[in-house]
Design a protein around this ligand. Structure first.
Ligand code: ZN
Length: 655
């Protein structure tokens, strides 16, 4: 993507936007050695592990592993794409964007003009709302319980019920009629007459993630004769009307309200998705800040990607019917496939979040807080209340559940869900499992292929000795090893050059989850020594990291390893080792200590993984003796492994 900008120009852009200054606008930085530190804006922390290197013009967080140059920082903190971040920085520094091809220039000009006319139109609608003409619309807002403050926050406006209000205003403001048509604000009627698209409607400006208006949605006021505008239209006016697609706006690519919600979405790690404008406004008024509207029931892939950029968890807050259809059909599969944790908020029958939030804000918040994990919600919908009493209803429920479970791609996950559902249906798990597998066979899906969680990708059943192998690059977020453990290992290697050199060849880059650390290890192996990295031969980013590792900038992050090494030394295993000094300075440690460290980094990750799957293992264990004796043996072996990895044991084994 950087390809469309000349490298020298990007260099100039970086020079003109000092990383320390740009980051200072978002993070309070304190000087530390040759750099600066602060609290990381990308993860929650109390002690600063976010470092900025003015010389290298790089930032890096030793807590979460995020890092990069000033462009990367702007992309992350403002939720921008690369070209957007580049454009933002260019404007900040007053540097013109590089000359591009003619088509690109035309396209950019079109976008710029459209942005301008949208900004102008939003302001026209807004002023109209708060003018004398807008009284009817303000009364409607009051009726719907929308406060003035909320209306202002969302830039709400009003299109008067006349056929040419915006055209007259445009003439006065010198906005070209052709541009109004290109923006979709004016349409041509059947009589060939230019007519305002939005007439007698409450206007919701739709913004991109940066808060620039790119389209409008208009809602009729529920007042008789509100949308007449003196124009004969062929069909009755639809309740909602949107801008057409333009160079700025594609349907299904935006989330309404994202520019206002994104900071809290990032902070809370979760987004609430509602269906319509009003749900969004009402929930904001009820004190829910992390809410966006999908403006349509099924989320599009583009919207799912957008959500994923900001938060790992998504709470669906559609009205009861829509949510039910989506959750029990394939409507939410996209979210799950994208690896997002999906929850579904349950509303009283026949009510949507807007109704509930207006009547009782506290209840709306509570219902969001109690949103059910997707499968729990699905089961409650599929099984229903009648299933416990009536045998026929129960048979139907079992069939519905079996069909839903047959779609779950991972066998292990399917097994756990079968257990859960069987409990709810009060039937033996084996009989439900049979039905599920039969359904799968009927639908031509593969049978039990062994343990494969293809969706989360965390386990891969390989045939190498029948071992279940964690795939380090794809661990689910809950079991990921903290980046600081990886950082402290690399810091150790950088600060103990002699032993570090010996260690380099023993390292496997794939052990490292943080991409920058993986590259660091690869570069260490490629160059065989730290020196080339320090002098910038392997690139600025690695140079900044190497400098930080050597200078001890990340010295406070060695907690876990310090403890492990200290512990090992007490048992006399780390011969001639740090003697408890661990990662941070002290006497130089030996090659064996380094080995021990590497081993512990792996062991620690495996323990975390195994701990996370303990529940799953227990579930398996209950059903396996009768069904899959091979896997049962595997579990026993894993338990053995866990026992061996316990710190005390590990030390014994090392001795
Ligand atoms: Zn961080």
């Amino acid at each position: 993507m950087a390809g469309q900008y000349p490298p020298e120009w990007l260099e100039e852009l970086r020079r003109a936007n000092d990383i320390v200054q740009v980051i200072s606008e978002h993070v309070t930085l304190k000087r530390s050695g040759r750099g600066f530190v602060g609290l990381c804006p990308f993860h929650q922390e109390r002690t600063p592990s976010f470092h900025v290197h003015p010389e290298r013009q790089f930032f890096h967080c030793f807590g979460c592993g995020t890092g990069g140059d000033v462009i990367r920082f702007v992309m992350l903190i403002r939720g921008l794409s690369f070209p957007e971040a580049v454009a933002w920085l260019a404007e900040r520094a007053g540097i013109p964007l590089p000359a591009a091809g003619a088509a690109q220039i035309r396209e950019e000009r079109e976008r710029r003009e459209l942005l301008e006319v949208h900004r102008w139109a939003a302001e026209f609608f807004r002023q109209t709302l708060w003018s004398e003409i807008g009284r009817v619309c303000r009364e409607y807002l009051a009726l719907r319980g929308i406060k003035e403050e909320t209306a202002t926050r969302f830039l709400l406006g009003y299109a008067p019920p006349s056929p040419d209000a915006i055209q007259l205003a445009a003439r006065r403001a010198g906005v070209s009629p052709a541009l109004l048509i290109r923006a979709g604000l004016v349409i041509t009627s059947r009589q060939g007459q230019a007519v305002d698209r939005f007439r007698g409607r409450l206007i919701f400006p739709i913004c991109d993630a940066q808060g620039q208006v790119i389209a409008f949605g208009g809602r009729v006021l529920d007042a008789p004769g509100a949308e007449v505008g003196g124009v004969a239209t062929s069909a009755p006016a639809p309740k909602y009307l949107n801008s057409p697609e333009t160079a700025l706006y594609r349907k299904g690519r935006q989330l309404y309200g994202l520019h206002l919600a994104r900071e809290s979405i990032r902070r809370l790690g979760s987004a609430v998705v509602v269906e319509g404008y009003m749900d969004c406004l009402s929930l904001v008024q009820a004190g829910v800040e992390n809410v966006v509207a999908s403006l349509g029931t099924a989320l599009t892939p583009a919207q799912v990607q957008l959500l994923r950029r900001y938060a790992p968890t998504v709470t669906i807050a559609y009205d009861a019917d829509t949510a039910g259809e989506l959750a029990t059909g394939r409507g939410l599969d996209l979210l799950e496939q994208a690896g997002l944790q999906v929850r579904v908020a349950v509303w009283p029958e026949g009510k949507d979040p807007d109704d509930v939030a207006r009547q009782d804000p506290a209840e709306a918040r509570e219902r969001l807080g109690k949103a059910l994990p997707i499968w729990e919600y699905r089961f409650s919908r599929l099984i229903g209340p009648a299933a416990s009493a009536d045998p026929e209803a129960r048979r139907q429920a079992v069939r519905r559940v079996a069909e839903a479970l047959a779609r779950v791609p991972g066998a292990a996950e399917r097994e756990v869900l079968v257990q859960q559902a069987a409990g709810l249906l009060a039937i033996p798990p084996t009989s439900l499992a049979q039905q599920v597998e039969e359904t799968r066979r009927r639908q031509g899906m593969p049978g039990l292929p062994g343990a494969r969680r293809s969706k989360s990708g965390s386990w891969q059943h390989t045939n190498e000795g029948g071992r279940l192998q964690p795939r380090s690059e794809q661990l689910p977020p809950t079991v990921q090893r903290p980046a600081e453990v990886e950082a402290s290992l690399l810091a150790w290697i950088c600060r103990h050059r002699e032993e570090g050199r010996a260690l380099i060849s023993q390292l496997n880059a794939a052990w490292f989850r943080v991409p920058a650390y993986r590259r660091f290890v690869e570069a260490l192996q490629e160059w065989g020594d730290l020196e080339p990295l320090l002098t910038g031969k392997a690139g600025e980013e690695l140079a900044a990291l190497a400098a930080a590792f050597v200078s001890g900038a990340c010295g406070d992050t060695g907690g876990l390893l310090s403890v492990s090494v200290g512990h090992a030394a007490e048992d006399g295993t780390a011969r001639g080792g740090g003697g408890g000094a661990g990662v941070r300075g002290g006497k130089p440690a030996t090659w064996e200590t380094g080995q021990e460290l590497v081993w512990r980094v792996q062991a620690q990750a495996e323990i975390a993984i195994i701990g996370n799957f303990e529940q799953e293992l227990r579930d398996w264990e209950r059903m396996l003796p009768t069904r899959l004796s091979g896997l049962n043996r595997l579990i026993l072996r894993y338990k053995q492994m866990v026992a061996n990895l316990a710190p005390g044991k590990a030390a014994e084994r090392g001795a």
